[in-house]
Design a protein around this ligand. Structure first.
Ligand code: HAM
Length: 419
């Protein structure tokens, strides 16, 4: 038997209702905030990601699915959307047409990580990006959109962590102090952190190693290094969140795993997820346009892992409305009537009902069982006797009551179904 690739998952029919439920919310809430969808290819030239996410990040260093295509070009399956979206906005000159762009996306992403619960090699993200504003209200609005998605999904038990990496000069000043501090403990740091100390020192703050955590606990605090402009920016974002009733915790060790951030960074965590407790994150990335060859522009956004969102719903037993159920199951007492049954089904589908037929010529009893299993609200039973009189039985599956109506009038019957 050929197995699916490690770290990938089939989304089977019995789970698809959850995906549709979540995707409907992404679409609806994005529209509430006047964001429009953007779709880009699943693969890009490798440099789109290596130049933006950062050469020394885990994603670029260890996790990208990169290959040379038959034309000799280095191609990468997208590990995230932000860089690809910025590439598309520059290429299609979208910011020239509109001074402000508010975009959302959903789709598969690829990272060669060690698979475990909530960590896949092909996973899915919903995300949103606000381009063309360097004002804190766009940070606040992006966070409000993320929170609205979470709430609409029914998730209440989560934490929003927020931090500021400041502008470039604040970050350089912090980085120098951090390196000076960490260098004193270099030999006690984990191998990974020693490597990061040389290549990307802020990322040491993200270490999960126990000894590292102890060392980091006394490290300088980035918020102490923010200059007046950066401090004011961060305070304004926080103030706007407070005004809107959004609860958050300032977490000065939050740096995130991608290099393109400046000023605001944030992450959403859920205690019901176990080790992979972060289910979404984002921040401001004003430098990315220039890095990818475009005109510099303010930009802020976030992404959420859909598998992790669905895991939270599952772990917290949150009920997902099932929109996939059948309304009407057409049952035949005699296989000769299949033509008539197909015609009736088609007329009812044209009215918007979800209708199923028996396609396996099964016995009446088996069809009744199938109708029950499909959770159909009604069964239409077409028997030889009724058919000869031009009639059909309508059975209400919830109370088993039956009614005989003329086949000609079936499209006029008021089935008690929400559509
Ligand atoms: P990220 O933190 O790398 O940010 O990913 C966002 C979310 O994607 C994570 O919180 C997690 O839920 C999900 N995720 C990431 N990797 C995996 C995986 N291997 N398996 C399952 N889920 C995963 C970004 O991707 C940025 N582009 C976010 C952003 C948008 N920043 C600004 N705009």
């Amino acid at each position: 038997m050929i197995q699916a690739i490690r770290g990938t998952k089939d989304i089977l029919p019995d789970r698809i209702a959850e995906w549709h439920f979540a995707e409907d919310i992404f679409r609806k809430v994005s529209a509430n905030f006047a964001f429009t969808e953007l779709r880009t290819p699943i693969f890009e030239k490798t440099e789109v990601f290596s130049r933006s996410i950062g050469e020394s990040t885990d994603i670029v260093n260890k996790e990208m699915y990169t290959f040379t295509d038959r034309g000799g070009e280095s191609i990468t399956l997208r590990p995230e959307m932000t860089a690809a979206l910025v590439r598309s906005v520059i290429q299609n000159n979208l910011l020239a047409q509109s001074q402000l762009l508010k975009l959302w996306y959903v789709g598969p992403f690829f990272r060669y990580e060690r698979p475990q619960k909530g960590r896949l090699r092909q996973f899915h993200q919903y995300g949103a990006e606000c381009l063309g504003s360097s004002y804190p209200e766009s940070d606040a609005e992006i966070i409000l959109l993320a929170v609205s998605i979470i709430k609409n999904l029914g998730i209440e038990n989560y934490k929003l962590l927020i931090n500021s990496l400041g502008n470039e000069s604040s970050r350089i000043s912090f980085r120098n102090h951090l390196v000076e501090y960490l260098n004193k403990y270099r030999n006690s740091l984990s191998q990974d952190s020693q490597f990061r100390l040389d290549n990307n020192p802020l990322r040491v703050l993200d270490s999960k190693d126990e000894k590292d955590i102890e060392i980091i606990s006394s490290a300088p605090d980035i918020l102490d290094f923010l200059d007046t402009e950066s401090k004011l920016y961060f305070e304004t974002v926080c103030d706007m969140l407070i005004q809107c009733g959004i609860e958050y915790q300032v977490q000065p060790r939050l740096v995130r795993g991608l290099d393109y951030y400046s000023h605001t960074v944030f992450e959403f965590q859920s205690s019901s997820l176990g080790a992979q407790d972060s289910f979404g994150g984002g921040g401001r990335y004003d430098g990315l346009f220039a890095q990818l060859g475009g005109k510099s522009s303010g930009a802020v956004g976030f992404a959420m892992g859909i598998e992790r969102l669905l895991l939270i719903l599952e772990n917290e037993n949150l009920v997902i409305p099932n929109a996939e159920v059948t309304d009407i199951f057409v049952i035949l007492a005699d296989n000769n009537l299949i033509h008539e049954a197909l015609k009736i089904s088609e007329n009812l589908r044209n009215l918007g009902y979800k209708v199923q037929n028996d396609l396996q010529r099964r016995s009446l009893k088996s069809q009744m069982r199938d109708a029950n299993k499909s959770m159909a609200k009604y069964a239409l039973i077409l028997g030889e006797e009724e058919y000869n009189k031009g009639e059909i039985i309508i059975k209400n599956m919830s109370d088993s009551s039956q009614l005989i109506v003329s086949i000609d009038k079936i499209t006029e019957y008021q089935f008690n179904i929400d559509r």
